[in-house]
Design a binder for this molecule. Sequence first.
Ligand code: AHG
Ligand code: MN
Ligand code: MN
Length: 349
Amino acid sequence: MQGVKTLGQFIIEKQADFPYAKGELSRLLRDIGIAAKLVNREVNKAGLADILGDAGSTNIQGEGQKKLDVYANEQFISALQSGGECCIVVSEENDEYLYIDSEISKNAKYIVAIDPLDGSSNIDVNVAVGTIFSIYRRKSTEGKATMDDVLQQGTQQVAAGYVIYGSSTMLVYTTGKGVNGFTLDPSIGEFCLSHPDMQMPKDGNIYSINEGYYTHFPDGIKKYIKYCQVEDKPTNRPYTSRYTGSMVADLHRSLIKGGIFIYPMTAQAPSGKLRLVYECNPMAFIVEQAGGKASNGYSRILELEVTDLHQRTAIVIGSEQMVKKAEEMLACFSPQITKRTFEGLVTIQ
Ligand code: AHG
Ligand code: MN
Ligand code: MN
């Protein structure tokens, strides 16, 4: 029987893939893995400890923070602070970016953006939640890293990953050379390689969208939903619908089984809901690395201009063929949204 390979062993083996790396990125990924285990421990016993429910505070998006949002945020920030490889943390839960000002971080080269707990509304009801992270190398070579270092396009990511706290806990990440998945073995407390070189099926038959907002969707999205529901044997339709309210869980399923996840622009939210820097860009990087496709319905997510830490974008992401079909529908039935969206003038009738 072949022995298990732990995340730590795997990261060290892969270090040679980076000519410029001196082990800093490896240490950073290891630190994130450690924080994920601590968060996993709390998520697992959430019903027993007094950590369910609201924290009584709101984040910059005006969303109520759960106690576990706050806990997860603290764990990741503290792991990044004590690791010494990260100079700036951007988090969904912090209005501004956090500059790490300490002796061990004075030469730190990396910037980390995180959604510490994704799918918070699912915490209290025991449905899978996740963590999303994105890693950039700072552009400037001296002095304090600045906002300019932070606002980099998604194509500049050097690594990205997510953790899913589900029926088992997994960490999935990419450094731009494919995607690998590790399952936490609770008996030894280690993430072990379980899904090497993950490939997203090119096509699928599961679509994932909050249909409750149907009336607010642009016509192109409405047409795509109808396309998914129509009976057509050769293309295996109607498709199946699955939506948990945790993007990480919905995309993890799509990555393995094939599928599409859509969070479109709506009349109420012309730029969609999900955040570019710490939700969409990292997921887009992973999905592309696994052979899938990610766009805002019109343009590639990874090439969108980043102007704000918490900026939102619509997202259409998943199996290549499915995303192409949804884009076709948008181009055909909602061509006007493209222009108006970028000008911030969306009016959806
Ligand atoms: P978060 O918990 O980090 O705020 O993210 C929740 C996100 C995403 O995970 C999910 O797909 C989506 O919001 C659900 O939103 P709706 O309830 O509007 O469908
Ligand atoms: Mn989220
Ligand atoms: Mn979150």
